[in-house]
Design a binder for this molecule. Structure first.
Ligand SMILES: Nc1ncnc2c1ncn2[C@@H]1O[C@H](COP(=O)(O)OP(=O)(O)OP(=O)(O)O)[C@@H](O)[C@H]1O
Ligand SMILES: [Mg+2]
Length: 509
């Protein structure tokens, strides 16, 4: 049961069409825990299986060290080739080096497998990536490797990405689709200029399901269990879960288990139970995310205290948090830096927010020790839901680094062309979103901040274009700003023929 993420699927398919033409196109899917990354990869593998292409899947988190990564990676690759050739059918019969060597003999690559088995560490890794191309050329299949939870390769030492990159660059028969739930680590790997993979992968941020798909998922799930859901209660499920697939499914499980109706009151009650009662599925995942992320911040106690302050009031500044903690802001600034690396919170301008507003709500009420008996009271449920939807969820719909992707979709609808992130071939210039229609380039800059776009923003954008490939091309320049523009910015934009757009892509003049 998969609710189609059409746009994402379309993008993933371009990886296949590119590798079929021996072109490079790698994608990094970045998204919060339980947002549906694995589901998307596996569904993609399932539906594209008929093509003349192999798609090995590996979850890097499950692999302990470099040696087992090499074995698992190679095993998956050969297994997929063996399957295409109808030489193996079952993974359980294909688990160790002996099985690999037997299959290798059948596809006449036993010399490669023998050598790989004898090598250790970085040399083995180097050889693995080198031989992959030889094997694919020999067997005639291009490969799209699906590497789930890719950021865990960082555990295999610093040289891993260096080696992988130097070889990936030369490969023609392999493309990669990788995922990662540690957003800051993934961004570091793929967007930091000093990292080997800088600008080598197109980043795709996986967000919540849209309203239509969210409702479809609910409907499909409940109908399977013989529960009908009307439009209004289904809207309520979307409102509470924000379209988060795991939250939707947990809520539906709760509805199925305890009740035979799906009225709005029941939905509210079950959602809160799933979230705030230790028996709930959402509780379990939030608890895991909270503790696992915090374990990365060494001053556990004080970090917890800061999170609690933020959970009670989102959007505080460093000064406000320091005041509340009664500590100097220099010291608190260090704590905040550490907390930002946990992915629990984000900073927008000078204000700090939880990445997932439901987690903020959860921290506040689990700290206050709300219990299951209280959650049975309708009055308590109603007031909690009101607080959740009005104070937490609403504020969050304005946030998030998924904005670039969201605007890609909106711009594509508005202009009826494809937009993508653009990086110049010397890797020095990057534009948020660029598309082309007939001879005209559409170049968009997205600023998602709480202050108005300034004259400097406009001048910078204009200069960046003048110094780029687009300088003498026919173009439409678009500047999107969450908080609008100040007067001078608008005047300058008019001079420079830059279109200023608000968050709904309406033109501001
Ligand atoms: N498009 C979808 N259609 C139907 N169900 C979905 C979809 N996306 C996600 N789900 C469901 O949501 C849950 C979480 O999905 P999944 O495990 O793929 O998330 P993830 O991002 O890989 O999580 P993690 O970061 O924990 O690995 C699963 O139960 C999955 O079945
Ligand atoms: Mg996953």
């Amino acid at each position: 049961m998969f609710v189609n993420r059409k746009k994402e699927f379309h993008l993933l398919k371009t990886v296949i069409s590119s590798v079929e033409k021996n072109e490079h196109n790698n994608i990094a899917i970045i998204g919060n825990r339980r947002i549906g990354k694995t589901e998307l990869l596996l569904e993609f593998k399932r539906t594209q299986n008929n093509k003349n292409i192999v798609m090995p899947y590996l979850n890097v988190q499950r692999v302990g060290d470099l040696q087992s990564f090499i074995l698992s990676y190679y095993r998956e690759l050969l297994f997929e080739i063996g399957k295409k050739r109808k030489l193996v059918a079952n993974k359980t019969e294909f688990s160790n080096w002996d099985d690999i060597l037997i299959l290798s003999a059948k596809i006449e690559i036993d010399d490669i497998s023998g050598k790989l088995k004898a090598k250790k560490g970085i040399q083995a890794l180097d050889f693995l990536f080198e031989s992959q191309e030889t094997i694919l050329k020999k067997t005639g299949y291009p490969a799209v490797f699906l590497l789930d939870e890719f950021q865990y390769v960082k555990n295999f030492g610093n040289r891993f990405t260096e080696i992988m990159r130097s070889i990936v660059e030369k490969q023609q028969k392999t493309a990669y689709i990788v995922t990662g739930s540690s957003i800051s680590m993934m961004e570091e790997i793929f967007s930091k200029s000093s990292e080997p993979f800088f600008a080598q992968f197109r980043r795709m941020y996986l967000g919540f399901l849209n309203k239509q798909n969210s409702k479809k998922l609910t409907e499909m799930f409940l109908n399977k269990h013989n529960i009908n859901i009307d439009n209004q209660p289904n809207n309520e499920i979307f409102r509470l879960t924000n379209g988060h697939p795991f939250y939707i499914i947990s809520l539906c499980h709760g509805l199925i288990e305890e009740f035979d109706d799906s009225s709005i009151d029941t939905i509210k009650h079950v959602f809160l139970k799933e979230t705030l009662s230790p028996k709930g599925d959402i509780y379990l995942v939030l608890d895991y995310i909270f503790n696992q992320s915090l374990s990365r911040a060494y001053k556990g106690k004080i970090h917890r205290q800061i999170l609690l302050i933020l959970a009670k009031k989102q959007g505080l500044t460093l000064t406000e948090i320091s005041k509340d903690l009664n500590k100097p802001s220099g010291e608190v600034s260090n704590y905040m830096k550490k907390l930002l690396t946990t992915d629990l919170i984000i900073r927008e301008e000078n204000n700090y927010f939880f990445r997932d507003p439901l987690l903020a709500f959860w921290i506040k009420y689990t700290y206050l020790g709300i219990n299951d008996i209280e959650l049975e009271k309708k009055k308590v449920v109603d007031s909690l839901i009101e607080e959740l939807t009005e104070k937490y969820l609403q504020a969050s719909s304005e946030l998030g680094r998924t904005k670039e992707y969201e605007f890609k979709v909106k711009l594509e609808e508005k202009y009826d062309i494809k937009f993508s992130n653009y990086v110049s071939s010397d890797r020095k210039r990057e534009f948020d979103l660029v598309g082309k229609k007939h001879d005209v380039y559409y170049i968009a800059e997205v600023k998602w901040r709480n202050r108005k776009g300034s004259i400097k923003d406009i001048i910078d954008f204009s200069k960046k274009i003048q110094n780029s490939f687009f300088s003498d091309k026919k173009k439409t320049m678009l500047f999107i700003s969450k908080s609008g523009f100040d007067k001078k910015a608008l005047q300058e934009a008019q001079k420079e023929e830059i279109h200023c757009l608000d968050k709904n892509l309406n033109k501001i003049v």
